[in-house]
Design a protein around this ligand. Structure first.
Ligand SMILES: NC(=O)CC[C@H](N)C(=O)O
Length: 309
């Protein structure tokens, strides 16, 4: 197997020199301020080795990567009842699309598109003050990383709340079908704050370790989820984690992964590695352009691919 540190530094050098970097998300004004020049990557292997290259210590907005943590939290608190609210099929539509909702009775296709994530967050938020809902998600992320310093970037949360008309549209539409239980404003408040959690690739790779490890957090040896639940979350990441580019991502990279419009991607090589990459420029589908490229190169170099024994 090639040397991991060398592989990461080669990939990083190539990515830093790449002229075509994609477009930084600008529909959330605060994210438009981030330079597309950043590139960072961290890999933590199953035997506990950690290697990083590039801007692995720079915090970024995890955005939709938070949908994985919110799903774990909702499954903990509500069990299989989560699936009454949200499906498990790829949508083939943009992350913020509304088109399928009317035809399908307001039940979103999966927990990783915006509508599905808002429905999942509503399970966490309903019956509580918004700060308790976001507190529950933050507690989980801090426990997964062992890092109590992880927090929400208030400016990003505010920026998205001030401009999140589409998400408000999705939430209100679902409310009309009875898919959202709590007050729409509270659910959106928790959703915008979870998306605005700021993490580095080092922290994000740490947070993903339980998914490479059959649900067990390697620090404590505690089960975060059962092995079956861990497999199922990974299956959803593979089929739905990149919205209408999920098929293409599986084709190129072959790993369960979840992207966010901050340019982060968390990818899992089951039994082998937890990988976080960040480059803020996005593809037209809203996934990190160079992050995807880097994961394709890394998975090929290391032989990490769920379709490759
Ligand atoms: N794809 C994403 O990362 C989208 C998350 C973003 N907060 C939104 O709701 O639009």
């Amino acid at each position: 197997m090639p040397d991991l540190a060398e592989t990461l530094s080669d990939i990083t050098a190539r990515m830093l020199a790449e002229p075509e970097r994609g477009h930084v998300a600008d529909y959330i004004p605060e994210l438009a301020k981030v330079s597309p020049q950043h590139f960072g990557i961290t890999v933590i292997t199953a035997d506990g080795q950690e290697q990083s290259a590039g801007d692995a210590h720079v915090p970024f907005s995890i955005q939709s990567v938070s949908k994985v943590f919110a799903l774990v939290e909702a499954l903990q608190s509500h069990g299989e009842a989560v699936w009454a609210r949200v499906g498990r099929e790829p949508s083939g539509s943009a992350f913020n699309s509304i088109v399928q909702l009317e035809a399908e009775g307001g039940r979103p296709r999966n927990p990783f598109i915006n509508a599905g994530a808002i429905a999942v967050t509503d399970l966490i938020a309903a019956g509580h003050e918004p700060r308790e809902g976001i507190g529950a998600i933050l507690r989980l992320v801090r426990r997964l990383t062992g890092d109590p310093s992880i927090t929400v970037d208030g400016a990003v949360a505010y920026s998205e709340a001030a401009t999140g008309f589409r998400n408000a549209g999705l939430a209100n539409f679902m409310k009309s079908f009875g898919i959202i239980a709590g007050p729409v404003g509270n659910t959106l408040d928790v959703y915008f704050h979870q998306c605005a959690i700021a993490m580095t690739t080092r922290q994000l790779a740490r947070a993903g370790r339980f998914l490479m490890n059959a649900g067990v957090c390697p620090d404590s040896g505690n089960a975060i989820v059962t092995p079956e639940r861990s497999r199922r979350i990974a299956a959803l990441m593979l089929t739905c984690g990149h919205y209408d580019a999920s098929g293409d991502f599986a084709f190129k990279v072959g790993l369960p992964a979840k992207s966010g419009v901050g340019g982060g991607i968390l990818a899992i090589a089951p039994g082998q590695a937890s990988i976080a990459v960040w480059s803020p420029g996005l593809s037209p589908q809203g996934n990190s352009l160079l992050g995807t490229q880097a994961l394709e190169d890394l998975s090929r170099a290391m032989g990490w691919n769920v379709f490759q024994p």
